[in-house]
Write a protein that binds this ligand. Structure first.
Ligand SMILES: Nc1nc(=O)c2c([nH]1)NC[C@@H]1CN(c3ccc(C(=O)N[C@@H](CCC(=O)O)C(=O)O)cc3)CN21
Ligand SMILES: CC(C)C(=O)C(=O)O
Ligand SMILES: [Mg+2]
Length: 309
């Protein structure tokens, strides 16, 4: 949430440390009006809970979600005021070097979820159920979801619509908040026939709407919409009482999600729906080059980084 000015990573100066003397008058005015703007109710909560999600939708406050796969990154994204951290099965292609999300195991998701949960003080932690760990039915899904909840997940996410409704209901009844995922569902890429937009055309649009309503009726606390035409995503958003979180689904959704490495410019691969908000890959490359050069020319370590006798 952009209005969150209260949380800063440890060691980073707060905005109030800037003095008027070194700031242009226009910037002072802008900073003052930003400080005067009412903070969103959600940005003030100590720990985001699932009941806050529908509250944010009702108040028209946009929800933010980023993926995270480890503690060091989760700590930074959490401190920046991200509402939800998704331990995505994109772990497979992003962090583990796999070609897709298909090979990701529940054991791998457990390790990543434990790490992210250990670092998330405010953000709601949502963990993906990986391919093959829930589709057989509610009992399989409960056993898998319980493993993720035991290591600190606050909710689980699973892909699919009406065929998943019974599973969503059982998990929900068992006290496990479930986030749905509709549109382009990567775990079904072999059936969908490629990485393509879903919900184009009247029949596909109606099917998507029926899936979203079924998930909400079954107790889902939010629904991710991936690569769905913006007008279709807006219609679904208006039709369901729970927040929609879009990725390639336009600005009409109640929130947005991106893979953090895409968002931060950690890699070169950027599908159309990604905006790069940083150049972290380039910054890391530069830091490693500077380190290598300093070791090679003998300037690192210096006296300050060495111990006296
Ligand atoms: N790094 C990363 N970012 C993601 O957004 C992401 C993952 N990994 N892994 C899991 C899923 C898979 N996703 C994908 C995978 C491929 C495309 C893709 O190839 N998009 C192209 C072509 C789309 C088209 O056919 O028009 C694009 O340019 O958007 C998009 C999303 C989204 N998710
Ligand atoms: C792209 C998001 C929604 C996801 O499911 C993942 O990162 O695994
Ligand atoms: Mg996923």
């Amino acid at each position: 949430m952009s209005t969150s000015a209260s949380s800063h990573p440890v060691g980073e100066p707060s905005a109030t440390a800037d003095t008027a003397a070194d700031t242009a008058a226009g910037a002072v005015a802008a900073a003052a009006s930003a400080a005067d703007a009412p903070a969103s109710q959600l940005s003030q909560v100590k720990k985001v809970r699932v009941h806050h999600l529908v509250g944010a939708k009702e108040r028209g406050e946009k929800l933010t979600m980023l993926t995270a796969y480890d503690a060091v990154t989760a700590r930074i994204l959490d401190a920046a005021g991200t509402d939800m951290l998704l331990v995505g099965d994109s772990l497979g292609n992003v962090m583990l070097g796999y070609d897709s999300t298909m090979p990701v195991t529940l054991d791998e998701m457990v390790v990543a979820t434990r790490s992210v949960a250990s670092a998330a003080t405010r953000a709601l932690v949502v963990a993906d159920l990986p391919f093959g760990t829930y589709e057989a039915g509610p009992e399989q899904a409960l056993a898998s979801a319980a493993r993720l909840m035991r290591v600190g997940a606050n909710a689980v996410k699973l892909e699919g619509g009406r065929p998943r409704a019974q599973t969503v209901k059982l998990l929900s009844d068992a006290g496990i908040p479930v986030v749905g995922h509709l549109g382009f569902t990567p775990q079904s890429v072999n059936k969908l026939g490629g990485f393509r937009v879903q919900g184009r055309g009247e029949d596909a649009q109606e099917a998507l709407l029926a899936d979203a309503v079924a998930l909400a009726d079954a107790g889902a606390v939010a629904i991710v919409l991936e690569m769905v035409p913006a007008p279709v995503a807006s219609r679904i958003t208006q039709a369901v009482p729970v927040p929609t979180i879009g990725i390639g689904a336009g600005a009409g959704c109640d929130g947005q999600v991106l893979v953090w490495t895409d968002m931060a410019g950690m890699t070169d691969w950027t599908p159309r729906f990604v905006r790069r908000f940083g150049q972290v890959g380039q910054a890391l490359h530069q830091a490693a080059q500077d380190y290598n050069a300093a070791v090679q020319d003998g300037s690192f370590p210096g006296p300050a980084e060495s111990f006296e006798a």
